[in-house]
Design a protein around this ligand. Sequence first.
Ligand code: DQA
Length: 149
Amino acid sequence: MKLYIINGPNLNFLGIREPKHYGNTTYEGLLKMICEHATKIGVEVECYQSNHEGDLVDKIQETYYQKIDGIVINPGAYTHTSIALLDAVKSVGIPTVEVHISKVEEREDFRQVSYIRAACQKTITGQGIAGYLLAMDFLCELLSGGEKK
Ligand code: DQA
């Protein structure tokens, strides 16, 4: 089983940007946690980050050709603006979990819209970077025949 872990704009600045919302772990620290967890649960992962919407669309489309089983995506601010990312996830038809490090539902009004959510099996918010690991567990269970929603 192979998962893509995709991060959108400014997530490469984890540990630097607004620690109150996003904590102190760096992006490199996040990658290390993800890789360790992947080994523990027996899944293969590839991590990708871009600050560019079209590059994120390309990466999502790649899952179709690379026979990827699931996607964990934190689209950053594109969550609230991008129909292109929604369409990309719908196009590939691969189980996808939307992750937000912060509790978006308790933040500004403009963060209350998520376009991509309509194409996702699950949304995880406000769990810090542990949210990525929970998303991996969810996909692992779903893809190995679990019923969890
Ligand atoms: C975020 C929340 C978004 O509103 C914000 O633009 C981000 C990060 C989160 O992980 O909590 O860049 O997706």
